[in-house]
Write a protein that binds this ligand. Structure first.
Ligand SMILES: Cc1cc2nc3c(=O)[nH]c(=O)nc-3n(C[C@H](O)[C@H](O)[C@H](O)COP(=O)(O)O)c2cc1C
Length: 170
């Protein structure tokens, strides 16, 4: 059975999880914009992973999936800044499932975990909140700061181990 891991990762969190899954599957992990990811026809199982960008996979990765991945056995993995077991996490999983199933793919495995948020993005959100006051899309609440702090250490060793576990037996 030929397997591949394809990921969309900006700052390395999703890549790290993708590489752990690839280790488990004993296959290669590549970014979706690499040459290898262009021809998926020869693979029997493809694990696809994305970081959440404003409520879903970023537009380039979404397009890549639509154009390149259909009628396959697949796995789905996600990293995001919010709590993975909260409402947002569940929504992101549902979002990923819908995209994959719309192309006739069958999802065999899933994994989601938190990932450190790019400090540049945090700076921008703080700046925006200072400029926009009550109208800011991401008001700086103690809960938000706590979430940023919690995300900082992820993906950690536990996440890596759980990702491997989630993809065992393929
Ligand atoms: C532009 C941008 C938008 C983001 N939007 C969200 C979001 O809507 N929800 C969320 O939970 N996390 C969001 N995040 C956080 C990332 O999904 C999270 O930090 C992820 O682990 C980054 O993965 P990467 O290192 O593979 O790029 C966003 C990050 C960036 C850079």
């Amino acid at each position: 059975m030929k397997k591949l891991v394809v990921y969309s990762s900006l700052t390395g969190n999703t890549k790290k999880i993708g590489e752990a899954i690839a280790q488990q599957l004993e296959c290669e992990a590549v970014s979706f914009d690499s040459e290898v990811a262009k021809n998926l026809a020869e693979y029997d199982f493809v694990a696809v992973g994305f970081y959440v960008d404003k409520g879903g996979p970023d537009a380039h990765f979404k397009r890549y999936l639509k154009e390149n991945l259909s009628n396959k056995k697949v796995g789905l993995f996600i990293t995001l800044g919010a709590e993975p077991d909260g409402e947002h996490g569940e929504k992101m999983l549902e979002n990923g499932r819908e995209i994959l199933r719309a192309n006739g793919n069958e999802i065999l495995r899933e994994f989601i975990c938190q990932g450190a948020i790019d400090p540049k993005l945090i700076e921008q959100m703080i700046e925006m909140a200072q400029n926009m006051g009550d109208k800011a899309p991401h008001p700086i609440t103690p809960e938000r700061i706590a979430r940023w702090e919690a995300a900082k250490s992820h993906p950690d060793e536990n996440d890596v181990a759980n990702a491997k576990k989630a993809f065992a037996g393929i």
